[in-house]
Design a protein around this ligand. Sequence first.
Ligand code: PLP
Length: 389
Amino acid sequence: MPIADKMLKMVAGMEMVKKMFEEGARLKAEHGPDRVFDFSLGNPDVPPPMEFKKVLKELVNDESLGHGYTPNTGYPHVRQAVADYLSDVHAVRLTPDLILMTVGAAGALNDALKAVINPGEEILVPAPYFIGYDHYAFIAGATIKTVPTNGNFHLDTAAIASAITEKTRVMLINSPNNPTGAVYSATELAELGRVLDEASQKFGRRIYLVADEPYRKIAYDVEVPSIFQAYAHSIIVTSYSKELSLAGERIGFLAINPAAEDAGLLAAAAAVINTMLCVNAPSLMQHAVARLQGITVDVSIYRQRRDLLCRGLSEIGYEFHVPEGAFYLFPKSPIPDDVKFTQILKDELILTVPGIGFGGPGYFRLSYAVPDATISGSMAGFKRAIERI
Ligand code: PLP
């Protein structure tokens, strides 16, 4: 075999995703891009805030700025800026040594998981979940174990308590959630913290809570509570991909709760992994985000699209929970076979992703990081699809 055995399955999985994109591109070429309604990608299309361009221009014209390697953990002034901002938001005293600048949330997830997981250990994830977790678990040599959410995609802490075993090292949560749009409340996070504490004591080993929060700023009328307040042994992994619409620029960070056991050692382990995997986070973007703390894209654009999409689909008869955050809708498939239904939608030139790909069979995912015209133009097709089945 020319490649590693374990890579064969991963390559096959990626081929399927590639095929999906190619099929979308083919349909757009055949029918014209305006006639194809593509809800399949979570690629933010809202422009970055004006401040970003301004800061970037200043940085580009700053002759004193180098373009060499940065400290592996990130520039000290950048980590200080992030620590100061997070200290306010999470009501803790965060120091820069507990911040690690990373290549997006993906980089932070790889660092966090590899830092704490021994091969063969388990990551517990509420389903439905972001498919990238399978990849980060693969890199960490860990296994993903899913645990069902309750009827409205919120945490079922009783199910979590009974799913934890002596192999569980990490509880990985994502709120606001991709693909469901759920935002976990302070009460459910506190309950989760209690369950993780009890289980850690029962099994005599620390279970870490890793909170993947790239959509934290994209929430509608609900507060996204701090996990640092819910559980001491917690790590935030996140990025500026969505909140500043900088997904392609690959900048994010990892932040460790100062109350975590061995927080310093944890930071050191994550830093070593970060150095090994990617050396350092992009230099120019580190400088930029240091000056953009607290700045966010215009979230009202996503809210209007959410409302437009929910109103339209609900009038046609689709069932769903109105998303509390992120930019995804996860409606129930009108037939049990979600793969078949997304095929029917494709016949109407509507591109979506079957729920089974997220560990949520019987549903499908729409990303509303799309122009309003895509939403309004697609409604006739959504109606025909439901009439056809
Ligand atoms: N986590 C979730 C839930 C995501 O949806 C994504 C990207 O879509 C990521 C992590 C990766 O984010 P980044 O592009 O910042 O690496």
